[in-house]
Design a protein around this ligand. Sequence first.
Ligand code: ADP
Ligand code: ASP
Ligand code: MG
Length: 406
Amino acid sequence: MARIVQKFGGTSVANTDRIKAVALRVKKAVDAGDQVAVVLSAMSGETNKLVEYVTTMSKLYDAREYDAVVATGEQVTVGLLALALQDLGVPARSWLGWQIPIRTDGVHGRARIESVETEEMQKRLEKGEVCVVAGFQGIGPDNRITTLGRGGSDTSAVALAAALGADRCDIYTDVDGVYTTDPRITPKARKIDKITYEEMLEMASVGAKVLQTRSVELAMKQKVRVQVLSSYSDEPGTLVVDEDEIVEKELVSGVAYSRDEAKITLVAVPDRPGIAAAIFGPLADNGINVDMIVQNISQDAQATDLTFTLPIADLDRATSTLQAQQENLGYRELRADKNVAKISVIGVGMRSHAGVALRMFQALAEKGINIQVISTSEIKISILIAEEYTELAVRALHTAYGLDAD
Ligand code: ADP
Ligand code: ASP
Ligand code: MG
């Protein structure tokens, strides 16, 4: 007997038939004697629709009301699954974030979980009741509904698994595991049996949407055993594990991409101490996270160009913040570019090997793809390119690092 958390994403609960199939899968675990808590997303497409309602209603919307609206998708699916389970003779009850409660900070739209109350749930699980929990949502310090950022029900599931001391957290989705790259980009992507928390964290943070970044962060910190697997098959999925559980360390274990990037170049910025702080300070104050940064050494010790990337969703706000400061900052021109993508290669084996970046540059050169910005960390290299080359670059790198399936 085990205590498990099973999370089902949007496509797995896309309609009432799929929800019935989820109920059968949950019943199987219950029949095997397991205690089961389930975390659900909204039906696929539902959250996008809700976000669109909000932005249509109000361009500069109040984030509290955004949360009140976009959290509703999950209320529908948890109620429906509880009904489907009851009809199969499995005792089940639905739970919204505030009913548990899952307490979060007050950062509406991308709140962080601070605590999960489990006393009542533990009692019910021990009696054999299935707890069906709405993912993606919690309750803030002012008792208002919060949401955890897009893809946040992965994080709900991991947080619940940690709080319940669950033996496993199974993330059921529409692919049967974590692949060497997004299987939608190349059929040559290979399923990875085991991936380290660190690699998964990097992959998620540079764009592999299969797990929300924060869910991996939390799993790593709380030592939650996470498995990614398909809700359509019984194949084993991908286990996310500690590095010492992996014998053969791949040089590169995956290639990821993100089209959610934009690039800003400030032309002819005065080259003086304090200028970077003067530029990035107001952006940080506005909650805008800057990612890759390049600054050239000025030729004449007078002025230089500064380029950086940021989430495309923040581009308009960043542009207006910097334009308002143009006189004060003294740059000549601001150039914004949405037509960029970030491509990254990730692998713990990079720590001990040279030449990994060179292979990346050569592979892109062979395809005639120009690199605009480069950034590296211990186990990752990222480059920025024109967006239209995303697929070509991902496929070329997948081949160059020997990741292609036979
Ligand atoms: P869910 O609705 O179940 O949470 P998501 O759409 O959030 O599902 O995540 C699953 C998707 O992640 C897959 O359909 C796949 O296209 C995408 N994906 C991106 N990178 C990877 C990767 N490296 N391995 C597997 N899937 C990936
Ligand atoms: N339904 C939410 C979203 O679409 C949360 C999730 O699916 O994880 O972002
Ligand atoms: Mg998801």
